[in-house]
Every structure is written in C-alpha cells, then in structure tokens.
Design a protein around this ligand. Structure first.
Ligand code: UDP
Ligand code: MG
Length: 240
C-alpha cells in the first residue's frame, strides 16, 4: 500500500552536476529533522553535463527520490510543471538546484502553510552579481506596478504551495515568475517571508539581462491582461 506523502520538494536542474550531491545531503539532513514523510522530485531540464547520470545514481539508492528527464531543454516553467504533475505531497516546496536557496529555510515556509496557501521566499540579502540584483529590482518594480502586485522577489524559487492550488494552474513558458499572482487570481492566500540566499559556487547562471528582459516584459503584459480580464462574479441566487 502506498503511504500518503506529506511534502514534495520539486527541483529543476539544468547543468548542475557539481551541485546535486551537496544539495541532496543538505536537503536530506533538513528534511529528516522535520519528522514528516517526504519525496524529492528532480526535473532534469535536458542537461548536457553529468547531471542526469548523477540523478539516476541517487534515485537507484533512495526510493524517496524521483527523477524526470526532458529530451531537451524546455525552461524552468516546464520543469516545474512536470514536477508538479508527479508530486504526491500535500505540500509542494520548490527550490533551485544550485545551492543558492538554503534548505534550512524550508521549515520556516512550512510553518506558514496552513494559515496561507502559498508562501514565497524573499531573498532579502541577495548574493548575486550587482548587475543581476539591480536588474531584478527594476524588473520587480515594473512588474508590481503594471500588474498591481506586491510580491517583492518573484524570482525566488524557494516557495511552498498547498498542492490543491497547483492543480488549477495552466502554465505557459515563463509563467514561473508569476505563480503568486496567478494563484491570488484563483482566490488563494499568499504571503512572503525572508529567506537566506547564497552565492553560486559551482556552475553558471542560466539567465542574463538579454535573455530575460524582453521575454519577461511580454509575459508581464500577458499576466496584466489575464488579471484585467479575470472573471470575478458572485452568484446571488440560482433557480432550478
Ligand atoms: N533551470 C532549469 N532550466 C532552465 C534554466 C534554469 O531547470 O532553462 C534551473 C537551474 O538549474 C536552477 C534554477 O532553474 O536550478 C534557477 O536557475 P539559475 O540558478 O540559473 O537562475 P538564477 O539563480 O541565476 O536566477
Ligand atoms: Mg541560481
């Protein structure tokens, strides 16, 4: 008989060969302390390094680890989507594979789930190159202004969701940056908490200003449109 799973950790991986094993050992240490049932879902987004070999190895030793491998690189939203679809946990926690998010923060997110449906991490002391921090501040400001939103750090992958929220989502490429907004539109309660952030030690970032700015602006216009056109009605009475 399959036991119910309490928590699923969903982690997109694209060329993170040196990060997987240290992340896994930190993560398991933290998850074991919680004393709750869990699984870890790695989604290999078409890596071209040894990431998948390493994931296959760890999954063969540990039944709590699930691995999905894409044929080709399809982006972080696609990876989240695939992970959400096989996640069995009542709570789904997402994080990056590159050790920049700190597994020690997971219990803080979980403390707020219950009162809230979605808990977003806010990397209040961000440890990235200044150009990335500056461009991301501007992007968050423009995003919040144009979509009338108040999410300080939507790019932080460290988030926790009640699984039922995710069932309603129809995701499109690039939408991982707007998950809190999309979920608020569905009526879910979203909050933000401060989380730790660490510099990237191994491997390279997959995003730069050029590959983010235009695409995420177009995405923002789409979300703004969705928000404006969102159906919002209350039924007063139904006869028959
Ligand atoms: N990632 C992915 N597919 C992509 C780009 C990124 O699965 O096409 C993963 C990546 O391996 C990492 C996370 O998404 O686990 C965040 O990427 P990255 O660290 O490059 O972003 P940054 O922290 O620099 O914004
Ligand atoms: Mg990173």
């Amino acid at each position: 008989m399959n036991m119910p799973t309490d928590i699923s950790i969903v982690i997109p991986v694209y060329n993170e060969e040196d990060n997987i094993l240290p992340l896994l050992s930190e993560l398991q240490g933290e998850l074991d302390k919680l004393g709750r049932s869990y699984e870890i879902v790695f989604v290999d987004d078409g890596s071209r390094d040894r990431s998948f070999e390493i994931l296959k190895g760890v999954a063969s030793l540990n039944r709590k680890i699930k691995v999905i491998r894409f044929k080709e690189n399809r982006g972080q939203t696609a990876a989240f989507d695939a992970g959400f679809k096989i996640a069995k946990g009542n709570i789904v926690v997402t994080m990056d594979a590159d050790l920049q998010n700190d597994p020690k923060d997971i219990h803080l997110l979980l403390e707020k789930i219950g009162e809230f449906d979605v808990v977003c991490g806010w990397r209040y002391k961000r440890r990235d190159p200044w150009i990335k921090i500056a461009s991301s501040r501007i992007a968050n400001f423009v995003r919040n202004k144009l979509s009338q939103e108040d999410i300080i750090d939507t790019g932080c992958s460290l988030k926790a969701y009640k699984r039922e929220c995710l069932k309603r989502l129809k995701l499109f490429n690039g939408m991982h940056r707007f998950l809190p907004t999309l979920l608020k539109m569905e009526g879910f309660k979203v909050t933000q908490i401060k989380v730790n952030h660490r510099p990237r030690k191994f491997g390279r970032t997959k995003y730069n200003i050029r590959n983010r700015i235009i695409r995420s602006f177009v995405d923002l216009l789409a979300v703004r449109w969705m928000k404006r056109r969102h159906l919002d009605y209350e039924i007063e009475e139904v006869i028959r």
